[in-house]
Design a protein. Sequence first.
Length: 256
Amino acid sequence: MKRFLFFMIFGGASLGLAPTVSAQVTDTTRTVKPQLNTAPPGTAPARTPAPVHQPPTPTTPTEPAQPGVPASNAPYDPSRPSGLDLPQRPGVAAPESPMRRYFLYSNFGLGFSSLYGLNQFSASIAPAIGYRVSKRFAIGPGITYAYNSLSARGYESIKTNSIGVKAFAQFMVFDQFFLHGEYEATKAEVFFQDQNTGQLYKGKLTVKTPLAGAGYRQQISDRAAADIVVLYNFNDGINDIYGQPVIRFSFLFDLK
């Protein structure tokens, strides 16, 4: 009985002390009271500016030092050093270099023929100026000089010199292969034969010579090339000044 009363008294004392203990606990959830401004009159309290949100600045790809790379909008520059060439942008072709319209075209010719027991050797040179109508087709005028030597068994050889003018045309067929045609009018020294004695002698005559054939061009540099051309001589007669066939070695040089 005494033990029961002891517990009852101890429990009542605990209940009476509980509000006091709870009142001494600090409530951390309460808002702190604002502090009074203790600065001298006329001085505004210092305030920390609120951070301003700025959208990110879009970055633009830096233009490379060399044009024509995928990240660049600059046109392709064919003059840049080949060691710095970079891939062209997909779908953008490199611009073609402008076509050079005018060119020098000089040729050297050799020919040999045998007709009615007469053997004829010829050599010629013919400088010309060409003009490209298109990338494949070119025309031009020129002048010609031809040397001929005619010989026959039992006769002394006769030598002639001829000068004339010409016009030529070329058409590129495939890659470096082309068709070539010429028409020449030459004030030529030609051979005549006496009908009574059979003696050969030399005279002057205007000779018209059509030539046509094919050739191959070997590019030497960006502006120079060498051609070899084999031509058929349609004037295959006694007054011929070239022989059959006519083989020419030509040199081409592009002008600005």
